[in-house]
Design a binder for this molecule. Structure first.
Ligand SMILES: [Zn+2]
Length: 135
């Protein structure tokens, strides 16, 4: 038996990686066009998954998409034509910048105002890390 095959067998017999190391998956927005607007049908579910208020997330999207938005029940109305792909990219960016802890990769975080020109810190409830955020 050659060495490579031997290694192969060793790796195959290693126990599976622990589930706790799994990365948090940012939820996908269900975007539906209607006339000159776009509706995010599952906006409330996205906010709940990210543990952010609809106000926080809608303000961010309005700025990033350069478009007025309005929260309408569980939905978010975007008052312009935006590609669903772009909406999801922006939500993904928000997730990476302002939700997921850069130390431990968990989404169990909240934002705290520092009172310093509107700067905020991302506080991780899982590992206690505090990180400045830009968005
Ligand atoms: Zn953490």
């Amino acid at each position: 038996m050659d060495y490579e095959k031997l290694l192969d067998n060793v790796y195959r017999n290693l126990p599976e990686r622990k589930k706790s190391g799994e990365r948090f998956e940012c939820p996908l927005a269900d975007v539906m066009p209607q006339g000159n607007k776009e509706y995010i049908k599952n906006f409330d579910a996205i906010c709940a998954a990210l543990r952010r208020t609809p106000e926080e997330l809608s303000k961010y999207l309005s700025r990033e998409l350069a478009s007025p938005v309005a929260v309408e029940g569980p939905r978010l109305v975007i008052n312009s034509k935006v590609m669903p792909r772009i909406v999801n990219e922006k939500i993904q960016e928000y997730c990476n910048a302002s939700v997921i802890c850069r130390e431990c990769g968990k989404p169990d975080t909240h934002l705290e105002s520092t009172g310093d020109r509107g700067f905020k810190v991302l506080v991780c409830e899982a590992c206690g890390a505090r990180q400045p955020v830009k968005k």
